[in-house]
Design a protein around this ligand. Structure first.
Ligand SMILES: Nc1ncnc2c1ncn2[C@@H]1O[C@H](COP(=O)(O)OP(=O)(O)OP(=O)(O)O)[C@@H](O)[C@H]1O
Ligand SMILES: [Mg+2]
Length: 265
């Protein structure tokens, strides 16, 4: 199963990716985390890696070379990419989690991030997963990745919604863009929820907009502090809460039953 995690800037995408990945690993899955955010590079710290992996873009000769290849149908020459095919410098591995990064914008005036979008799309399309393997993609903030078609091979889009109107309206937009991209399963997870009343309000606003909520992660000072100090995220209560979201996504993948969309909590 391939899950992409998207939403408004700062809503908690990378934190949710980390919690989901750790939860999947604890359930016996081989987990590949794909860092597809070309701006922020802090995801590796949330997992306790001591460096970022060499970006996949370098495997193709860097951004300039990738840009030249962009209009060729075969950006990546292989028809299929299995986990074992990814060289170790490009895929860090620790405690059952594997991390790859597409590429980062490092210099001023280096041009747009389109080549990274193309590489994300092609990599995810060709990525083949075996039974009990899962890929979780940390998307850049906003919706540009839909314009680049990054979601074409994604099974589940998970939108992170924090308590703000901006975040809610973006979720509605992402929901329709995901449908237009051919993704059958789009869900939201609430994050940074400070009270049950707040959770109810958010669920209500999202249901008015036709967006299904599959779980809520409360405001957790432990997550905030770990991010602030650059430490790996622990699990704690948020780990339990993400468990529900993960179990939902995994059972959805097993049943492949779109009808269960109507049975949301
Ligand atoms: N459940 C939570 N409780 C408390 N703080 C949280 C929670 N989730 C995320 N945060 C905090 O919110 C901030 C943004 O989180 P994170 O980096 O995961 O968001 P993001 O959506 O990936 O951001 P960006 O768009 O910049 O990539 C961080 O300071 C993080 O510690
Ligand atoms: Mg992030």
């Amino acid at each position: 199963m391939k899950i992409s995690v998207c939403g408004k800037g700062g809503s908690g995408k990378s934190s949710i990716v980390t919690l989901l990945a750790n939860g999947a690993r604890d359930r016996g899955y081989r987990v590949l985390v794909v860092d597809s955010d070309e701006s922020n590079s802090g995801l590796y710290r949330m997992f306790g890696f001591d460096r970022v992996p060499v970006p996949l873009m370098e495997l193709l000769g860097g951004k300039r070379s990738l840009k030249q290849k962009m209009n060729h149908p075969q950006v990546l020459t292989q028809a299929e990419i299995w986990l074992r095919d990814i060289p170790s410098e490009y895929m860090l591995e620790k405690d059952g989690i594997r991390l790859v990064a597409i590429g980062k914008i490092l210099q001023a005036l280096e041009g747009c991030a389109c080549p990274m979008g193309v590489l994300s799309r092609e990599f995810l399309k060709k990525l083949r997963l075996k039974d009990k393997e899962i890929a979780i993609v940390d998307m850049e903030a906003g919706v540009e990745h839909f314009g680049r078609g990054v979601e074409t091979s994604i099974d589940n889009v998970l939108i992170v919604v924090e308590p703000s109107l901006e975040s809610i309206t973006l979720a509605e937009r992402v929901n329709s863009l995901a449908t237009e991209s051919g993704v059958n399963n789009t869900w939201t997870v609430l994050n940074k929820v400070s009270s049950e009343g707040m959770a109810l309000k958010l669920r209500d606003e999202l249901s008015k907009r036709g967006v299904g909520v599959i779980g809520a992660i409360h405001n957790d000072p432990g997550i905030f502090e770990a991010c602030f100090e650059g430490r790996p995220l622990g699990d704690g209560k948020a780990g339990e809460e993400i468990g529900e979201v993960l179990d939902f996504l995994l059972s959805e993948a097993k049943s492949g039953d779109e009808g269960s969309r109507n049975n949301l909590k």
